[in-house]
Design a protein around this ligand. Structure first.
Ligand code: FAD
Length: 365
């Protein structure tokens, strides 16, 4: 039996779903998307990401991140062309951020007893003299940083190798995907990985989707380790992080986490504050020369696909016949949860296949 599958969306969520689905010969997979790797657009979050692994979920929702780490680690160790390298991460906490009313920013990352300490290697609390000024405590662990340009293209290459076909298309309704399979047959399963596009896409129109605006500065300066702080005094929507991408991808200085803000143009005042906070937290970034020592590649804005109730990964049957498997709403953790979520997409697709009487016993897990 052949399953005709169309994946809508070519960000990290759509590509990882397509890759894992294409490992079964019975799945004929087409990816259709408005934007593809190589594009930079405000409607396309994936290229803008850092991207590193700083766990953000609560322990009960940690499945996606837990399941992704082993694969990112394996790629880092064994597949250099994927464009991922190991970096130490240092997370600095302020008590006042944990106590702030309505504090919501990656709360679990800054926990003093985080679940991820048994998952990410080399976890340790920092000594007082290792904590940067203005912070109360911190921890360190081994993480990775992904060069998104290299990695997204690598995912496309892996999909092509498995026979996936890529097409550009702008969908006005998720049902449009049904007629877009390269096989010429109607799709019996559609994977919806359109992220923020799901807000307006007909047949989905998920009004709980909104952006968490991320303004960043990409610089040529190199810096280890990666840094993230629990808050800033500049604004409740401003955060501080530094991460050096693998393979010459530059260093990302962030940033903002501004829910509901659609502004696509970088704000010069915010940019100045991002650079100032970065060199304060890491004077070695510019060898003590202040922000004048930064060599800027570009200022950028990406919109994280934020969803009020968290990620949506479930099956929906539209019009009584077409199975949609949703995989959208990953906010600021789309890379670090990508394999866990795509694995769930495969499980849901396999449940549909079994319902249709397919025997999957030969496919392994
Ligand atoms: P997207 O990348 O937005 O892809 C959506 C796809 O759907 C695109 O191909 C688009 O063209 C297509 N599409 C949408 N609507 C339609 C339509 N109507 N018709 C056809 N196609 C459509 N995550 C991490 O894990 N670690 C990090 O360190 C990290 N850092 C980040 C830093 C920044 C500055 C930003 C902006 C994000 C960061 N993130 C990070 C979050 C991460 O980038 C996102 O969670 C992830 O990229 C979401 O991927 P996606 O595939 O779901 O969405």
């Amino acid at each position: 039996m052949v399953n005709v599958i169309v994946v809508a969306g070519a960000g990290v969520s759509g590509l990882t779903s397509a890759l894992l689905l294409s490992r079964s010969k019975a799945n004929k997979v087409t990816v259709v998307a408005k934007h593809m790797p190589g594009d930079y657009d405000i409607e396309y979050a994936s290229p803008w990401a850092g991207a590193n692994v700083l766990p953000m979920a609560s322990e009960e929702n940690s499945r996606w991140e837990r399941r992704t780490w082993p694969e990112l680690k394996r790629l880092t160790e064994e597949v250099p062309e994927a464009g991922i390298h190991f970096q130490k991460a240092r997370v600095y906490r302020r008590i006042k951020d944990a106590e702030a009313p309505g504090y919501h920013l990656s709360d679990y990352l800054f926990s003093t007893d985080p679940w991820y300490k048994s998952v990410l290697p080399d976890f340790r609390e920092l000594r007082k003299d290792e904590v940067i000024p203005g912070h109360d405590s911190g921890c360190e662990f081994t993480s990775v940083c992904i060069n998104t340009v290299v990695y997204l293209s690598w995912l496309v290459g892996q999909c092509l190798k498995n026979g996936v076909v890529f097409k550009r298309a702008v969908l006005t309704d998720i049902r449009d995907a049904k007629s877009l399979s390269h096989t010429g047959q109607p799709a019996n399963i559609i994977i919806n990985a359109t992220a923020l596009g799901s807000l307006k896409l007909g047949g989905v129109e998920d009004t709980t989707m909104t952006p968490a605006r991320a303004q960043i500065v990409l610089v040529r300066n190199e810096y280890h380790p990666m840094i993230a702080t629990s808050g800033t005094d500049d604004s409740a929507t401003e955060i501080t992080y530094i991460m050096q991408r693998a393979a010459g991808g530059g260093t990302i200085l962030g940033g903002t986490y501004d829910i509901g803000n659609w502004e696509s143009a970088p704000d010069p005042n915010i940019a100045l504050r991002i650079m100032k906070r970065a060199v304060e937290a890491a004077p070695g970034l510019t060898a003590g020369k202040g922000i004048e020592g930064l060599s800027v590649i570009r200022h950028g804005v990406g919109l994280r696909p934020w969803r009020k109730d968290g990620v949506r990964i479930e099956e929906e049957v539209l019009d009584g016949s077409t199975s949609i498997v949703h995989n959208y709403g990953h906010a600021g953790w789309g890379y670090q949860g990508s394999y866990g979520c795509a694995e769930r997409v495969v499980e849901l697709v396999n449940e549909i296949r079994k319902r249709k009487g397919e025997d999957l016993s030969g496919e392994g897990k």
